[in-house]
Design a protein around this ligand. Structure first.
Ligand code: PEP
Length: 263
């Protein structure tokens, strides 16, 4: 199965509109259009509308960093996927910072995933264990619970298009990414879970990303891991040179894979 590579920039609660616009401009100048790598930018809500008018849509897509699970109503302060449906192609859902600081429970994440799908926005569902859970050997159970709950309202067609991001919480904002063997075993467990739920066709269509302290020099080793289709990038995506290098390195991985298939 030939899955297109995907690189997602998560700008979190950084950058004013002016700064986000400047960064987008620089990326536009320096990043080449690669047909084998899709690039998604996820700024804060305030930037979505203006950036959607600024970006070259062949080069960049936009993602929301979250969204509320009800489409409209008396929910002061909330923004629904319904309100963002013409602005974004993707939405990051279940990021560990949402789970940790905003108490997004397994069920809330499930409802947000369903709301995004209902509004034709592709969820980028983040899952991952904490350091303590890993130490307690609970990684598989945690990933299982997060995946099974989050996907429980989706058909196999819905699930096929969803993007799943493995983000071990302990590797986010860390000195270095998780080790390739740690990523490989989590990714293969996640793919097994998806296969159990929906079968092989859905699993082999679904794109899986790794996120946690990605930098240009790690791209090749991480993206060469079986079953990894791309990266979720936090800090390094705030710097246009590092992010551009990440995109270019992802393109090199895609080229090498193609060569391997031809040989
Ligand atoms: C993230 O929070 O999704 C992330 C990957 O952050 P960082 O790259 O900064 O570790």
């Amino acid at each position: 199965m030939n899955r297109r590579k995907l690189i997602v920039a998560n700008w979190k609660m950084y950058l004013s509109l002016h700064e986000a616009s400047l960064l987008t401009n620089r990326l536009d100048k320096h990043v080449e259009l690669h047909h084998d790598v899709e690039v998604v930018l996820s700024p804060n809500y305030l930037c979505l509308q203006p950036l959607s008018q600024e970006i070259d849509h062949r080069k960049f897509k936009l993602a929301a960093q979250d969204g509320y699970f009800v489409d409209e109503g008396a929910y002061t302060g909330a923004i629904s996927f319904n309100q963002m449906r013409d602005l974004v192609s993707y939405a990051i859902i279940g990021h560990s910072e949402r789970r940790r600081y905003f108490n997004d429970s397994l069920e809330v994440v499930r409802d947000k995933v369903a709301a995004a799908v209902r509004n034709r926005i592709t969820p980028i569902l983040c899952v991952g264990e904490t350091k303590e859970e890993r130490a307690q050997k609970e990684t598989k159970q945690v990933l299982h619970d997060q995946i099974v709950t989050a996907l429980s309202n989706l058909t196999s067609d819905d699930a096929e298009n969803l993007v799943l991001g493995y983000e071990p919480v302990w590797a986010i904002g860390a000195d270095e990414p998780a080790k390739p063997d740690q990523i490989e075993s989590a990714i293969s467990w996640i793919r097994y879970q998806v296969r159990e739920l929906y079968g092989e066709k859905t699993e082999s269509s679904m794109r899986l990303l790794y996120g946690g302290s990605d930098e240009p020099e790690f791209v090749k080793s991480i993206m060469s891991i079986d079953g990894v289709d791309g990266l979720l990038v936090g800090r390094a995506s705030l710097n246009y040179e590092r992010f551009k290098d990440i995109i270019n390195n992802a393109h090199l991985v895609a080229l090498e894979e193609d060569k391997g298939k031809e040989a």
